[in-house]
Write a protein that binds this ligand. Structure first.
Ligand SMILES: [Zn+2]
Length: 215
């Protein structure tokens, strides 16, 4: 098993004694080019000894994971990760906003997101911050809140669609043109569907009519 070591003075973590040795290797020049391993063995004798140095630094043995930060990022609870990365903000208080929404169909939302493995339905968009987007505005009286009127979209595609900057041709099976805020064509793309998810194309038409009626 590889030993990762921390340089106390610099805070740097090295994947192996050899790597750490290479870092301080210039202090251990050897003709056979094995300065790194040689210095590494020097470090191994200094590890965890408060009074012993190698290459002028003190050394500690750390987790045998690639590095401590990566280990922490992947295993620790989010608040601990944030405290580790931003220790100075530990005392700050985050106030939570409570927002009331029109009652929505929660299980459907979860099911739809799970069906797409929390990935945006736009082809090639691998965003995983997904939301359930209504094809025809949910707030309109003749709209419905079910899977025939919903897409699983990332926030960007959802915003663009709601702002009428993502225009679908109902006859073209999910193909759309997306415009940026300056009204320039930004993306020509396609929504792809899981076979278990069937939408009703009339919602796309109704949505089109709705936006056209506002012009
Ligand atoms: Zn997306």
């Amino acid at each position: 098993m590889k030993k990762s070591v921390l340089c106390v003075e610099t805070g740097e973590v090295f994947d192996s004694l050899r790597e750490a040795g290479t870092w301080i290797g210039h202090d251990y020049p050897r003709k056979d080019n094995r300065g790194g391993s040689f210095a590494g063995s020097h470090i191994s004798h200094a590890v965890n000894l408060p009074n012993r140095t190698a290459g002028g630094f003190h050394w500690r043995l750390v987790q045998t994971h690639q590095n401590q930060k990566e280990f922490l990022l992947n295993t620790a609870p989010a608040d601990e990760v944030l405290e580790f990365m931003f220790p100075e903000t530990k005392e700050s208080v985050i106030t939570q906003r409570t927002v009331s929404h029109k009652t929505r169909n929660k299980p459907l939302y979860t099911m739809l997101k799970e069906l797409y493995n929390y990935t945006c339905q736009v082809e090639g968009c691998n965003e995983t911050e997904v939301e359930v987007a209504h094809i025809y505005k949910h707030s309109l009286p003749d709209s419905v809140d079910n899977e025939t009127n919903t897409w699983c979209l990332c926030r960007n595609h959802h915003r663009a669609y709601d702002a009428n900057r993502m225009i679908f041709n109902p006859a073209l099976n999910g193909r759309f043109i997306r415009y940026d805020v300056f009204n320039k064509v930004y993306e020509i793309g396609r929504i792809i569907y899981d076979e278990k998810h069937v939408i009703d194309v009339k919602w796309i038409k109704k949505s089109r009519d709705f936006h056209d009626s506002k012009k």
